[in-house]
Design a protein around this ligand. Sequence first.
Ligand SMILES: *[C@@H]1O[C@H](CO)[C@@H](O)[C@H](O)[C@H]1NC(C)=O
Ligand SMILES: *[C@@H]1O[C@H](CO)[C@@H](O)[C@H](O)[C@H]1NC(C)=O
Ligand SMILES: *[C@@H]1O[C@H](CO)[C@@H](O)[C@H](O)[C@H]1NC(C)=O
Length: 348
Amino acid sequence: MRQGCVGRYPVPPAPVLLVLTVLSFLLSISPVVGWRPWPHQQINATDFEYESSKKYEGSSEFVHLRYHMGPVLTANITVHTIWYGTWQKSQKRIIRGFLSSISTVHSKHPSVAKWWKTVRLYTDQTGANITRTLHLGEDKNDRFYSHGKSLTRLSIQSVIKSAVTATTHPLPINPRSGLYLLLTSDDVYVQDFCGQVCGFHYFTFPSIVGYTLPYAWVGNSAKQCPGICAYPFAVPVYMPGFKPLKSPNGDVGVDGMISVIAHEIAELATNPLVNAWYAGKDPCFPVEIADLCEGIYGTGGGGSYTGQLMDGEDGATYNMNGGRRRFLVQWVWNPVLNYCFGPNALDQ
Ligand SMILES: *[C@@H]1O[C@H](CO)[C@@H](O)[C@H](O)[C@H]1NC(C)=O
Ligand SMILES: *[C@@H]1O[C@H](CO)[C@@H](O)[C@H](O)[C@H]1NC(C)=O
Ligand SMILES: *[C@@H]1O[C@H](CO)[C@@H](O)[C@H](O)[C@H]1NC(C)=O
């Protein structure tokens, strides 16, 4: 999910604006592929059953994913994390465990590293693939909510600026292979959180931060909307009869964040400056490789149905292994097969 372009470009003259408005309306009625139980798209139980009975996993018919000649992350990625607000050590361990498992090749099958292999199928103009390696970089704790408990899309950039310009232990500035991950605790509201997004990625503006740095924000939804952003480990009230699944690391909010973090990192790698891999004609509202597969975690997935998952002996549900942990991570679009794919696919 990328942030829209509102306010970034000069406003075009009225006739152009009209054409653009009509165009974006026409584009918006094209099929939406990903799924989350957003409050504005309530569906009833009959629909759920229907959706679960057909093979879905994204439909290639309408998807025209294209390369727009921009850079992708081919060099080793270093993830610098900003922990905004109140984070427990146990929560940090789950998230770090996931990030480091992306490059851990010896995890049990189906593995997070194999999930990343689909991301690696994307290349730049020179034919170089997305990197295999993602390192954990430096951490910055913003324990005292430097910019308050309610952040806008723009103030997020100010939080990043504070982290890279701090007088003690600033985060390193690495525009080429650094990836800045801002994680907000469950008591922080972020613009459009829960209503439209669970996370997004973009790049910082030199006018605000001083550099163009690819970044992603993901929020802990535990107190605000677990039924949306931590689905299926929590279920919204308007889906009666649906039981939440047991989360694999014992923290509904954080286990739900993992898939959103994975989503944003996959898209940052393939579209860091929003001019590389995406579908759709409007670069302000591109549909990226994880948007296409949101809500799909296994074979047969689509709509509210997650697809075939695995159940641990402890009753927890997951679809991949990473290091010693288990995670539930959405699939991403495979450009060779032209459908959503993951390491736990049954038909491979
Ligand atoms: C639920 O779906 C069925 C079948 O599509 C439809 O007839 C019914 O009106 C729907 N109910 C609501 C509350 O939307
Ligand atoms: C990238 O990471 C790999 C694996 O850790 C390492 O062997 C290699 O030296 C790194 N390359 C650079 C340019 O840092
Ligand atoms: C690099 O991308 C190409 C094109 O998708 C693919 O054929 C190749 O297998 C990829 N290489 C790696 C190492 O993933």
